[in-house]
Design a protein around this ligand. Structure first.
Ligand code: HEC
Length: 480
């Protein structure tokens, strides 16, 4: 008995006692990931972010070429596994992120009154693109006339796609997974201001008058309204649970908000910032507007039915049959044989659905090479471009759908074996930019008439790119 205690005593002297994962976290991780796991120079570490990440491996081996070093030299495999499980568990206290935390995080980095009145380049400032490079957390501002990168800036960790522009196209607003909202001057590549609105943000929208940015948050659930000029917080609007998505409805001078945990759709006029609440049958995961912004097409959570809701009456006016999780946020609209139609890819099925927007009947299901994320069109281009990047076998292939016959007429493989997706057109529609979404990736630029490759720009996992003109004019071929 004595010998055993002595042995334990000696072991305890040889190595610091292992008091548990919370202790290891405090010792080895808290400096970078924050004492409450809410993030600091490293990202927030909460279960909702880590579900698809091999956490053990990241802790053991680190992430090459980042501040995240491996810990296999300091922690045994057992301690790493215990620590990984611990950070994949909800914290005991729900993280609080209210007005005082938001205000404390607000940072104005440049004086906007001293920005130049004219662009310091001769290319069309409305044909610029913002490219989100997820590989090393940067954004590139690209000159779309000459296809030359103008500026490259570090961004917050895990930016969402869906950059939003000011109505004049001069400024871009970005949101990160961890709730940071940033404002950048597209002409000079200057980071102007930033603020952390939440621990986890779903997406943001800019009001049509350019005065407000609305952030829809998952943790804590709620809406935060920012003053678009300097990103100062204006108001927090609590929601029952998490927000699914927020979009601006410019012709209605309002924002529309879907909630993830409550069957409600909210409309918030920019003039009053007071929500009007519409009760639904189902919770919506994402939604899309008809071209007049009179109706919302929402996908319910199980992904099999789409709901069409009239925003004025607040009533559901139709149900759309969908099979494989339509990705409504990336649908497009166009006129087909004199009728307004919308088309959307499916996240779980190799099909593009085309639905008439006058009587909501299904016009066609176009088979593609696999499930895809993005469908894109342009007023001047006779084809719509869809990826198969959610499929097992054809991640590297894009297909072009003729908007007259609704048939696939061409396939492109920008980089065989490597995921290709997210197409965006230049202002005039003459060029299509396609992402090769690898860390060692590229933007591949095609001539939309000849389909010849005209440029290939190296980028670090370019997940999305956004043309200023197509966004601010609400092109029916792209999401807004
Ligand atoms: C010196 C700062 C630093 C320390 C110390 C540190 N990390 Fe990190 N960690 C980072 C950074 C920066 C990243 C983002 C890397 C990237 O760009 O992918 C990261 C990423 C991660 C990720 C991946 C998160 C995601 O969403 O992709 C996990 C998991 C993680 N760290 C866990 C830990 C744990 C557990 C510890 C302690 C044992 C720790 N880290 C210590 C800086 C640090």
């Amino acid at each position: 008995m004595r010998n055993l205690s002595l042995a334990l005593f000696l072991t305890a002297l040889a190595a610091p006692a292992f008091a548990g994962p919370a202790d290891d976290y405090r010792t080895f991780c808290a400096d970078c990931h924050g004492p409450n796991r809410l993030g600091a120079q490293g990202p927030a570490l909460l279960p909702e972010f880590l579900a698809r990440i091999p956490v053990d491996k990241v802790i053991a081996a680190g992430r090459p070429a980042t501040q995240m070093a491996g810990f296999s030299d300091r922690l045994t495999p057992d301690r790493i596994t215990t620590l990984a499980q611990w950070i994949k568990t909800e914290p005991l206290e729900t993280p609080s992120w209210g007005m005082s935390e938001i205000t404390a995080s607000h940072n104005v980095l440049a004086d906007q009154n001293t920005l130049p009145a004219n662009p310091p380049f001769s290319s069309d400032p409305l044909n610029l693109f913002l490219v989100v490079e997820a590989g090393d957390h940067h954004v590139t501002i690209l000159d779309g006339d000459r296809m030359v990168p103008l500026y490259r800036l570090a961004s917050h960790f895990a930016l969402h796609g869906g950059a939003k522009y000011s109505p004049d196209g001069r400024f871009v607003y970005l949101a990160s997974r961890d709730g940071w909202v940033s404002k950048i001057d597209m002409w000079t590549g200057t980071l102007l201001a930033e603020v952390r609105v939440a621990v986890n943000t779903r997406n943001i929208a800019v009001s049509d008058d350019g005065r407000f940015v609305l952030a829809g948050n998952g943790l804590p659930g709620g809406l935060v309204i920012l003053d678009a000029f300097g990103l100062a917080p204006v108001r927090i609007i609590p929601t029952p649970g998490r927000v699914s998505a927020v979009y601006a409805a410019p012709p209605r001078h309002s924002f529309v908000v879907a909630l993830k945990d409550s069957p409600e759709l909210w409309e918030i006029p920019a003039s009053t910032l007071t929500p009007r609440k519409i009760t639904l049958e189902d919770r919506l995961d994402d939604f899309y507007f008809d071209p007049a912004y009179q109706r919302v097409l929402g996908s319910a959570r199980d992904g099999t039915v789409g709901h069409v809701i009239d925003l004025d009456s607040g009533h559901k006016i139709a149900e759309l049959p969908f099979s494989g999780m339509p990705h409504l946020g990336s649908g497009i609209t166009f006129v087909w044989h004199g009728r307004p139609v919308m088309a959307t890819p499916h996240l779980k099925d190799g099909v593009v659905s085309v639905v008439a927007m006058d009587d909501w009947s299904e016009i066609k299901r176009i088979p593609t090479c696999g499930a895809g994320f993005f469908l894109r069109g342009h007023e001047m281009v006779k084809t719509a471009w869809v990826d198969c990047s959610a499929s097992a076998d054809h991640k590297d292939t894009l297909q072009l759908i003729d908007l007259e016959t609704l048939e696939v007429t061409a396939s492109l493989r920008p980089s065989p074996g490597h995921t290709a997706g997210h197409v965006e057109f230049t202002r005039d529609g003459k060029r299509a930019l396609v992402s090769v979404m690898e860390d060692d990736g590229a933007l591949v630029v095609y001539d939309t008439t000849t389909l010849a490759e005209v440029a290939r720009l190296p980028m670090r996992k370019p997940i999305g790119k956004y043309n200023v003109y197509n966004k601010i004019t609400l092109s029916p071929g792209t999401s807004h």
